[in-house]
Design a protein around this ligand. Structure first.
Ligand code: 5GP
Ligand code: MG
Length: 191
């Protein structure tokens, strides 16, 4: 047939990474502040870190290296946004806490507090496992108005308050992509 191949016109605009909301330098400074606050509050007691995978991956890696306390790190997996979803489908627990955490001081770490259902579910699981205290830490929080009635209203430690937009980067994904971006950016055209 010859002639140049013409790319098909997509049905939907493809999502793309838009403006940077929080640049890497600000993230690094804030992670330092959070680490100082956490160290002061735990006051030398060992910390049982529980990282909510996969979004908290990069944040936890940076944060724990600024915490000199004795600690154990557990990974839990809770998924609310399967595949290309940009609205919460409700938390599904894929990997929970260890069976017995009697007496331990837990710090639950997640990337985002949005509806609050994920962290509420995680806090319940850790209390059930016998934790003495469960505190929560998120890198970013969306406005409190978006919190669901059955979600966690607020986290104990919050890196940044952001508008109700869908963000990617620094561990946060769309369809499992973009986690490696060093800045937090707005995803545009996702559906
Ligand atoms: P929640 O249960 O509070 O509605 O949602 C929390 C979880 O949803 C987070 O652990 C995160 O994985 C995901 N999430 C919520 N908002 C966003 C967002 O803007 N971007 C990305 N990548 N994930 C989000
Ligand atoms: Mg998550």
């Amino acid at each position: 047939m010859g002639g140049p191949a013409i790319a098909p016109i997509p049905d939907n605009p493809r999502p793309h990474v838009g403006r940077v909301l929080v640049p890497r330098e600000r993230i690094a400074r804030r992670v330092n502040d959070l680490a100082e606050a956490i160290e002061a509050d735990f006051d030398g007691r060992p910390i049982t870190i529980a990282a909510v995978m996969t979004g908290a991956l990069i944040f936890v890696a940076d944060l724990v290296r600024r915490l000199p306390s004795a600690m154990r790190i557990h990974l839990v997996q809770i998924r609310s946004y399967p595949g290309r979803a940009v609205a919460s489908q409700g938390p599904t627990l894929l990997a929970g806490p260890p069976e017995d955490l009697t007496g331990q001081d837990v710090l639950l770490i997640d990337d985002i507090l949005d509806s609050g259902r994920t962290l509420k579910r995680a806090v319940e699981e850790f209390r059930r496992a016998g934790a003495h205290a469960v505190r929560t830490c998120v890198l970013v929080a969306k406005p409190a108005e978006v919190r669901a009635a059955d979600g966690l209203a607020r986290a104990d430690y919050v890196g940044f308050e952001i508008p109700p937009v869908f963000v990617v980067g620094y561990g946060m994904d769309f369809d499992d992509c973009y986690r490696n971006l060093p800045d937090i950016a707005v995803l545009e055209g996702g559906s």
